[in-house]
Structures are given as C-alpha cells and as structure tokens.
Design a protein around this ligand. Structure first.
Ligand SMILES: Nc1ncnc2c1ncn2[C@@H]1O[C@H](COP(=O)(O)OP(=O)(O)OP(=O)(O)O)[C@@H](O)[C@H]1O
Ligand SMILES: [Mg+2]
Length: 319
C-alpha cells in the first residue's frame, strides 16, 4: 500500500501548520530565543497538537531532534511509574544540543488520574532545569491546577474550512490528484475541523478512483445523514418509539459510538434550517450537555435515551 497521507503530509515546519496562527507565532518566538516554558496543548483531535510539538522540536534541534524529544502516550504506558522511569532515563542523558534543554511530549495527558498527575508534577520539578514538558489533551480542565499553573496553555481550534481547503488543495496538487471544489467542500464539511479525518477521506476517495460529493458521503457513511435527520425529526415530533428504534439500530447494527451519534445529530441540527430557531437552540443545548456527560464517562445508552426524551420535551414546549 502507498504511504498514508496523514504521515506523508505531517507538517515538518511550523509554517506548514495551517490555522492556529497565534499559537504558531508564539512557538516561533520560542525558537528565536531558544527557550520555552512548560506547555499544555489543548484541543480537539486532528488539529495539529502533535504536529506542532514535532515541528517545534525540528526547528529547535534540527537533524538531532529525535534525541532531544521524547514522546510518551499517557494511555499506552500504563501506570505513572512507567512514565516516571522513562522521563528519568531521558532526562539523565545530557542534552545533545546547545539549548541545554530537551522536550518531553506527553500525549493524552488528560487520561492520567489526578494522583498520577500529582506524581508527575514532582518529576517535572525535579528535572525542570533540563527538560520542558508539553502536555497534549482534549480538555485542559482535566489537568490538575498545580500543573496548569506551571504551564502556558495553548488552545488549538477546529480548523476553518478555508484553511483545510488550502491544505487539501496543496496535497492534491502534490499527488497529481484532480479533485473538484464541490468534493473538497464535502470533505471539509464532514471532517468538521479535524484535519486527520479530512486527509483520511481525501486519500480514500483518491484510492476509490471515483470522485464526487455523493461518493464522499457514501464512503464516509454519511449516507446515513438522512437517518440522522429522521432520528432528530421523530424525536422533536414526539414519536419517541420511532426515534428509539432508529437509535438502537445505529448503536447495535451499525456499531456507532455515543459520540458518533452526537456528532451526526449535531450536523443534522445545523443543516435543518427549517426547524424553528428556538427549537434548534434547545436541541443544541441538549446535545452539548449529552456530549459533556459522555466525555465525562457516563453511560452512552442511558445518556442517549435521556437525550431523546429531552428532545421530545423540546418539541412539545417550543413550536
Ligand atoms: N493545523 C494543521 N495543519 C496541517 N496539517 C494538519 C494540521 N492539523 C493536523 N494536520 C494533519 O493531520 C494529522 C494529524 O494531526 P496531529 O497528529 O497533529 O493532530 P493532534 O491534534 O495531535 O490530534 P490528537 O488529539 O488526535 O492527537 C497530521 O499528520 C497532519 O497531516
Ligand atoms: Mg496528537
């Protein structure tokens, strides 16, 4: 198989990262002064957190960047002790660069328990003269306050359609892949600011050899856009049993996760411009609340049932 594009086109310099302008200019200023504070990169998936950390290391250290950059994944390296041992071994070796500091990139830091984070904080202090930590997470609120107060938080945002389009066109050109504007638009709409998702879709469509918005919706399972619309409209129309039936089919037969369903309903709500504005707001509020609860670890099933019940309520109250 040919190389996957998400890796082939991972930005190697800070200037290759699209969007996130404020963050990039701050990172460039760290490169200029050859020093940096501890950082938290917070934001949704596929927005450039790992890429920015790597590009920063490449710009600071040049060819030797890998010797000066340790990437750990909090959810893989089970147990805080493994992480601390890794950090200790890495920090002990004298930096092979003229900055005298090395970078430890801890991915999915929000997966660590508060106790594990507290232990890490001590490790952080022990090696603070020779190392800088970059914590990557989806929500900075999941990082304990003592770590937050020792770091600068940088908030990555979902990429804007224009920025995604620019990057997708650049990649298509490099690959000699002819793709029309409407198809690129379909990709940016489906990926909702997640560049990893956009790259996976554009590569899949290139491989399939048939390029059109319809094909893109089909490949990405967005053919069930209609199904989401039906789920939403049945619930607000008060036909709870029908909505429940669709929901169960999505969960059981189609194997979607709670978050897939929330995202699908969210796009459907944004598309359903015919719904009364107050009703749409009520729906969006209910979706937001459910998303938060699921992220916090509540049960998908119970929360989604409660969501449908809430939507029936919204439909009754606001017409
Ligand atoms: N801002 C961006 N500019 C250009 N390419 C990007 C950007 N963000 C993501 N990408 C592309 O998407 C891929 C995944 O991005 P990256 O690993 O940096 O995301 P992330 O924010 O770390 O996501 P996660 O939270 O899932 O770890 C990269 O290899 C790159 O090709
Ligand atoms: Mg990442």
């Amino acid at each position: 198989m040919s190389e996957i594009w998400i890796e082939k086109y991972r930005p190697h310099s800070l200037s290759d990262i699209v969007g996130q302008d404020e963050i990039i200019s701050k990172l460039k200023s760290f490169v200029k002064v050859k020093d940096l504070p501890h950082l938290i990169f917070a934001g949704p998936p596929g927005t450039g957190k790992t890429s920015a950390a790597m590009a920063l290391a490449i710009e600071l250290y040049g060819e030797n960047w890998k010797q000066n950059f340790l990437e750990l994944n909090a959810s893989n390296e089970r147990g805080i002790n493994v992480i601390r041992e890794n950090v200790k071994d890495f920090a002990r070796i004298v930096a092979s660069n003229d900055l005298g500091i090395k970078i430890i990139f801890l991915d999915e830091a929000d997966q660590l328990t508060p106790e594990a984070q507290a232990a890490l904080r001590r490790t952080m202090e022990m090696y603070s003269s020779t190392t800088r930590f970059i914590f990557s997470c989806n929500y900075s609120s999941q990082i304990i306050p003592p770590i937050q107060s020792r770091t600068v938080v940088m908030r990555f945002k979902p990429l804007k359609p224009d920025d995604m389009t620019r990057r997708l066109q650049y990649i298509a050109e490099k690959e000699n892949f002819k793709i029309d504007g409407a198809s690129i638009e379909a990709i940016t709409e489906i990926s909702e600011g997640d560049m990893r998702k956009a790259l996976n879709i554009i590569q899949a469509i290139e491989t399939s050899g048939d390029v059109s918005p319809a094909r893109i919706y089909e490949i990405t399972g967005m053919a069930n856009q209609e199904e989401f619309k039906l789920l939403l409209t049945s619930a607000v129309a008060g036909v709870f049993e029908k909505a429940k039936e669709i929901l169960d089919r999505m969960l059981i037969e189609e194997g979607m996760s709670g978050m897939d369903i929330i995202r699908g309903m969210h796009s459907a709500t944004r598309r359903e411009t015919m719904l009364p504005p107050l009703q749409r707001m009520g729906i969006l509020m209910a979706l937001g609340e459910t998303e938060f609860r699921i992220v916090e670890g509540a049960s998908d099933n119970i929360q989604l049932d409660a969501l449908l019940a809430k939507l029936v309520h919204v439909g009754r109250e606001i017409n």
